[in-house]
Write a new protein. Structure first.
Length: 287
């Protein structure tokens, strides 16, 4: 594998931190919450044998800038579009997990000609969560609602980032010990950085705008081949929603996979299965 490059690019008005490896057709990996681009550490070396793998930290996360505004998914998709422009990438395959899948889905709608194929991991689209929200779903998505409260989460989490993150990593993984040691410490350090918790909260607080954007073009389906995969054992996604049905509403050219013995973080919990699925799905992408 070619060595890992780490650099920053100014695109769409913010400084974006990027890790890159490999040569070939470009593939961009977009992380979710409560993570950073570090979430893709098991995918980067495998994919980099065939592809130019580009892993940005999303707006507000990791080493990327954390401005006060601009977290609606249309603008976060524009972050990726402008990053591509700066890196001279005309077309891409996009892989998004969780929040990154929301950005990737909006990219697929707004910049369809720039996309060859799309992978969405353990994600129920924003407007579907909004539409289906009832007491049972609200219980599973309590954090969605908590993170919308202005300022309070930041105040409660400050100095207790490890407690907050330990809850999610334990509760959301099939094996509660999946994210421990160096991996856990890496995430804690990322969220202890000034503005990091507020950046993640701002991503959630764009929810009303995101829903409105999604409803505008709800009838237009994603036009590229799409693969949706999820952890079969995660109570807030695979166990709560009929995922093949949910994503059939989003895309016609669709394949779906439930990953067994897996919660919310397939790329970290079952990396070998995920890597095999990614390599097979991405194979037709020749740049």
């Amino acid at each position: 594998m070619s060595s890992l490059k780490s650099y920053s690019v100014n695109a769409n008005g913010i400084r974006q931190h990027v890790v890159e490896a490999g040569d070939g057709p470009p593939v961009i990996l977009l992380h979710g919450f409560p993570e950073t681009g570090y979430a893709w550490r098991f995918q980067i070396p495998v994919l980099a044998e065939r592809y130019r793998v580009i892993v940005p930290d999303l707006r507000g996360y990791g080493e990327t800038e954390k401005p006060a505004t601009g977290y609606d998914k249309r603008n976060m998709a524009l972050d990726i579009r402008e990053l591509m422009r700066e890196l001279d990438i005309p077309k891409v395959a996009l892989v998004g997990h969780d929040r990154g899948a929301r950005v990737a889905t909006r990219f697929a709608k707004d910049f369809a000609p720039l996309l060859d194929r799309l992978v969405v991991m353990d994600n129920v689209p924003t407007r579907v969560v909004s539409r289906e929200l009832d007491a049972k779903i609200a219980q599973a998505y309590w954090f969605f609602l908590f993170h919308l409260v202005p300022d309070l989460p930041e105040a409660l989490i400050a100095g207790r980032e490890h407690i907050w993150l330990r809850h999610f990593f334990s509760d959301w993984c099939h094996d509660p010990q999946t994210i421990t040691g160096e991996a856990f410490d890496t995430y804690v350090k990322a969220y202890q950085a000034p503005g990091a918790v507020r950046g993640a909260m701002a991503d959630y607080r764009a929810n009303a705008t995101d829903v409105a954007q999604d409803q505008e073009d709800a009838d237009s389906k994603i036009s590229v081949p799409t693969m949706s995969l999820w952890g079969a054992d995660f109570q807030a996604v695979g166990k709560l929603f009929d995922m093949p049905k949910v994503w059939a509403e989003m895309a016609d050219d669709l394949e779906t996979h439930a990953i067994e013995q897996c919660g919310h973080l397939p790329q970290e919990e079952q990396p070998e299965q995920v890597n095999a699925l990614l390599l097979k799905f991405l194979a037709p992408w020749k740049g």
